[in-house]
Design a protein around this ligand. Structure first.
Ligand SMILES: [Zn+2]
Length: 147
C-alpha cells in the first residue's frame, strides 16, 4: 500500500471532473455536478417524468429505470443507447483528464455522447433517413417519444 502511495496512487481520489467529491462509481457516473449537466441535457425530453440522478445509487439502478422510447424506431434505439453513451463518454473524459491531462467541457462531452450514438448506429438501416445534426440540434424532438 505504501508503495502505491509512493508511486502516486491516491487511495481516495477526488473527482477530476468537478474537483469536488470523492470519486466513487456512484459519484462519477450519477451525482457529479459536471456529469449532471450532461444527464440533464440527454434527459431533457423527459423532464416532465422527473427522472433524477439523485434517485439512483447505482448505475445499474438507473439503467433498469431508463424509460422506454416511443416514436420512430430510430429514436427508440438511440434513446435506449443514450445512457450507455453518457457513461462511456464520462469514463473517457475521466481517463483523459487523469492519464493525459486533457480536460473537456461538459458541452464537449455532450457532443461526444451524440457522436458515439451516431457511430454505434452506423450499421442500422434507419440511420440513412437521419442526419447527425438531429442528435446535436433536435435531440428533444428525436427522443420526445420516450415516455
Ligand atoms: Zn465529480
Amino acid at each position: 500500500m505504501e508503495n502505491l502511495i509512493a508511486r502516486g496512487m491516491q487511495i481516495t481520489p477526488s473527482c477530476c471532473l468537478c474537483n469536488g467529491s470523492e470519486e466513487t462509481m456512484g459519484h462519477l457516473f450519477l451525482h457529479c455536478s459536471f456529469v449532471g449537466s450532461i444527464w440533464e441535457d440527454v434527459l431533457s425530453p423527459l423532464r416532465s417524468h422527473g427522472l433524477s440522478m439523485s434517485n439512483f445509487i447505482t448505475v445499474e439502478a438507473l439503467l433498469n429505470a431508463w424509460p422506454r422510447a416511443r416514436g420512430t424506431e430510430f429514436g427508440l434505439k438511440v434513446g435506449k443507447l443514450a445512457p450507455y453513451a453518457v457513461i462511456w463518454s464520462v469514463w473517457r473524459a475521466r481517463n483523459d483528464s487523469i492519464f493525459r491531462n486533457r480536460t473537456r467541457t461538459a458541452e464537449q462531452v455532450r457532443k461526444e455522447v451524440m457522436a458515439f450514438l451516431w457511430n454505434w448506429m452506423a450499421n442500422d438501416d434507419q440511420r440513412g433517413d437521419h442526419h447527425f445534426r438531429e442528435l446535436l440540434l433536435d435531440w428533444v424532438s428525436l427522443i420526445q417519444g420516450i415516455g
